[in-house]
Design a protein around this ligand. Sequence first.
Ligand SMILES: [Zn+2]
Length: 215
Amino acid sequence: MPFLHILVLFASTFKIHMTKRLSLIIIPSMTEILKINPTTALLTPVKYRPSPHHDERPQNTLIDMIVVHGISLPPGEFGSNAIEEFFCGKLDSNSHPAFASIATVKVSAHLLIRRTGEMIQFVPFTKRAWHAGESHFQGRTRCNDFSIGIELEGTDDTCYEQTQYQQLSSVIQLLIRAYPFITRDRIVGHADIAPGRKTDPGLTFDWQYLKGTFA
Ligand SMILES: [Zn+2]
């Protein structure tokens, strides 16, 4: 192999490793800054936009699962406030042709992580957000009862941003500490609990990388 090719190969390999190493260094410090307020079950310092689309979890239900989702509104577009409006029941049905059929749909998630890494919480973790729909996991149905739903701004066929993985990893580490029945194999995608009906967060989501960022 010519020397130049070896050099390019080395450089690209080195860059990938550097990126991943860098994220591993950044994540613990971000985890130190981020906290879950034990009284409110809200992340701080994170924007909280209360959604009416939630209710109480069934009595004596342990929170023991995280469901990762992908969403974009309008579909395939990033950067608008439409997801936020949608989860709060305030989506303007006239502002985009795609919104007419969904504006009155009552759904939410506990948390949204935007492409920029910005996070917005909609429902306290102790409450039941409406993100999973008809779903089942290891013989149990109604996954909303016992899970925390985290939405990533994205689509099934677009790579998620590095900063989204970093934020997601930080939040997951905090959630595992706060709700110790959440184990590694109980961090799943929407597609895993609603197969045939849902495909998010999509095949581009790198589970191996995500799970490699925490012990
Ligand atoms: Zn979903």
